[in-house]
Structure formats: C-alpha cells, structure tokens
Unconditional design. Structure first.
Ligand SMILES: C[S@@+](CC[C@H](N)C(=O)[O-])C[C@H]1O[C@@H](n2cnc3c(N)ncnc32)[C@H](O)[C@@H]1O
Length: 394
C-alpha cells in the first residue's frame, strides 16, 4: 500500500454510506463487501470525456484520483479506436450504486455459485467473491487483456475467482450449473444457453436492450421450459455486448437525414430517451436493431433525430416542433416506415394507460422466442420481441 492509498478504508465506508443513502445497499453482507473491497486496486486509471469530445486520463497518484475512485459514479476504464479512428469506450467500472442495487436484487445466499458476464475491472467479481468466497464466483469477458488485468488485481486480495476469456452469450458451460447469472453488459436477447447452465429456480439479471436505450434490467427465473420474470422498476443502461474484442464500429449509421421520401408530421418528441417504455415496446414493430443519431447540429442543437435499421429503412424527425402548430416534420424512406411504427407503439401504450416498467415482464423460451407481457405472463396483452439475428440465438 502506498502513502496515497492508506486512507482507502475510510473512503470505502463513505462510498457504502453514499450507496445506502440512495437506497441501493440494504443488507449487512453487501455493506461489508463494499467496505472491504479496495476499488482503487481495480481502477488504477480512468478516462473522462471533455466537452471538445477528446478524453483526459487520470492515473493512480494523480491529484484527486483516490477520491474520485471512491465516489458513487461510473468510471470509464478502457478506450479503443474504431476503424474510423474515433475513440470509444470498451470497458468501465459500473456506478457502485447500480452494481449494489443489482447484487441486492440478485438475492444471493451462502453456497450459491454465480456467473458474471462482463468482468471489466474485476471490481464486481471482487464484491461477489467477498460475499460468497472466490471458489463460487465465475466471470467472463470477451477481452483477454481485461481478463488478465482483473485476474492480477483479484489475486492481490487473495485466491481469485475463476475468470475466463469467452463470449458471454455462451455462458461458461464447463463450470455450470450456476444459481445466479448477472450480466454487466446489455444484450439484444437473452441467450437460451444461460438457461441450460442455471439450476431450476435460479435467477438471471440482465440488461435487455434490442436497440440503443430500448430496454431495461429484467430479473428472470429459470423454469423447466422457460425463463420468466419482471423488469426492474428503475431504468438502467449498460454498454452493449460486443461480438469480438475489437472496439465496436461507430454504431450502424443512420446516414444523412432523408430529404426525399414520405412526408408527414408528428407531435411526439423523437428523442428515444424522452419516453423509454414506448421506445422499448416499439422494438416489436421494427424490422431490426435501430441505430439512432442526430444530424444537422447547429449552435441551437441538432436539427434532426434520425433512425435507421439494417434493411435500409430510414426516418428523420425534426427535433424542434413548429412553434405555431406544435408539429414536427417527418421524412421516411426504405421498406418500413420506422417512425409510423414508433407512433403505433406509442398509441398502444397510451391506450393501455401508459404502464411503467413495474408492470412489464418477459418470457423467453428455448426456441429464442421473447414475449413481453403486461402484468401477468398469461394475460392477453403482449409484444413479440423475437429477433432471430440477435446475440441470444448464438
Ligand atoms: C460495464 S463493463 C463491466 C464492468 C465490470 N463488471 C466491473 O465490475 O468493472 C462491461 C464489460 O462487458 C464486456 N463485454 C462486452 N462484450 C462481451 C462479451 N461478448 N462477452 C463478455 N463480456 C463482454 C466488456 O469488455 C466490458 O468489460
């Protein structure tokens, strides 16, 4: 331990207090894990995006590093360059408050074996190892460099959990069965492979996001013939699962806003995160994962919100309404009118009384079928989210 880190225990207690104050830390076992786990060992470096879009790096020993590491905040810990030369985030240390909210929700008990998807820094694996013992914790990441760093850090605290470089959608069959699976990256679909590695009655906690911002954390129970459960009432977002350890390419580009094509008007705000539940439910109406972006950025902000799907469908919606009418221009091209589909999903959600996440649940079956339901699994109201091209089919 260096002179700069001698005070970390007090900072870890402060972090536990901060997490408890937001209601995410309830049990003494998890509080003990936060207080005993040195986050600074797992985050020797973090990056912050500057207003000009570039990144600045803070390294252990820099002024403020230790204090920042023990704040209840996410920290970007790995960047990589895309083919276009842009720097993108490939790993981060999740906001501790969110991590603890998930760990509390996961309802682990002594003796449970837990698989984590997305090792990242190793901090969450360290919390799990403190709670359950390292021989009951398993964690995979697609990125070998991250796995090796995490293994070395975990080894500083004692015998490390089992770590592996692997595609998380496949789980870790050689070490199954597990009682719990927790994913700390988002997936477009829940892989049935996980069900095969879970004990009957076991739980999966995963951020299901078929498209950017479209989805939420869902807690599923393993039944013989299905995974089933409810979305968590509070929204959260993780970075998306990658297929390789290469940095993701810039999101499939919706390209320029269509200037020709079908024209109409809308009263809806086109920014997906302005209304998250109907944006998620709209995925059932859309022909594939939706790329979203802004075009025509001026001093007053972006002019157009643009949407694109892999089949070549494009929609552009003016961000600002016409001050006189309240309408926004809409342009749509390609095989599917994407914005019309979003509007239909909104209307249906309105007609249902605008249900929140707490009224939505999910059933996943071995054929990869994903059905979102309202209130009860066997009720009449549902949305078919099945996508056969999604990572979950692998
Ligand atoms: C938010 S970080 C995980 C944070 C981590 N649990 C921690 O405590 O630091 C998400 C991680 O998911 C990993 N990931 C992305 N695609 C993956 C895949 N296909 N399989 C396994 N891990 C993946 C990323 O490399 C990244 O490290």
């Amino acid at each position: 331990m260096t002179a700069t880190t001698t005070g970390w225990r007090e900072l870890a207690r402060r972090l536990a207090d901060e997490i408890a104050a937001e209601g995410a830390l309830r049990s003494p076992d998890w509080r003990a894990a936060v207080e005993a786990t040195p986050r600074h060992v797992f985050v020797p470096v973090f990056h912050r995006q500057r207003p000009d879009g570039g990144w600045s790096t803070t390294t252990c020993g820099d002024e403020g590093w230790l204090d920042e590491v023990y704040r209840n905040q996410p920290l970007v810990t790995a960047l990589a360059r895309t083919h276009d030369g842009d720097q993108v985030t490939v790993s981060s240390s999740t906001k501790p408050g969110l991590m603890l909210r998930m760990l509390e929700t996961l309802d682990v008990h002594d003796g449970h074996r837990v698989l984590e998807i997305g090792t990242g820094t190793g901090y969450n694996a360290a919390l799990l190892a403190h709670r359950l013992g390292p021989d009951r914790v398993f964690s995979v990441d697609i990125d070998e460099t991250l796995v090796e760093s995490a293994r070395a850090r975990l080894a500083q605290l004692g015998p490390p959990p089992t770590l592996a470089t692997a595609h998380g959608a496949r789980g870790l069959p050689g070490h199954a069965p597990f009682d719990r699976i927790i994913a700390t990256c988002s997936l477009p679909a829940v892989p049935w492979a996980w069900a095969g590695q879970l004990r009957e009655g076991g739980l999966v906690l995963v951020d299901l996001k078929p498209s950017t911002h479209a989805g939420n954390l869902v807690l599923l129970t393993r039944h013989t013939d299905r995974l089933e459960g409810r979305f968590l009432p509070r929204w959260a977002a993780f970075m998306a699962i990658r297929d390789t350890d290469n940095p993701p390419d810039a999101a499939l580009s919706p390209a320029a806003a269509p200037v020709a094509g079908h024209r109409s008007a809308t009263r809806l705000d086109p920014t997906p995160w302005s209304c998250l539940v109907p944006w998620f439910l709209a995925q059932a109406e859309l022909p594939g994962p939706v790329a979203f972006g802004h075009r025509g950025i001026t001093g007053e902000g972006p002019q157009w919100a643009v949407f694109g799907t892999p089949d070549g469908s494009r929609a552009a919606v003016r961000v600002q309404p016409d001050p006189a009418t309240g309408d926004r221009d809409v342009r749509q091209t390609g095989p599917v009118r994407l914005w019309d589909a979003v509007e239909r999903a909104h209307r249906r959600w309105d007609d249902l009384g605008r249900p929140g996440w707490d009224r939505l649940g999910l059933t996943v079956t071995p054929d990869g079928h994903h059905r979102v339901w309202l209130d009860t699994p066997d009720g009449a109201t549902g949305w078919d989210l099945t996508r056969h091209d999604a990572a979950g089919d692998r």
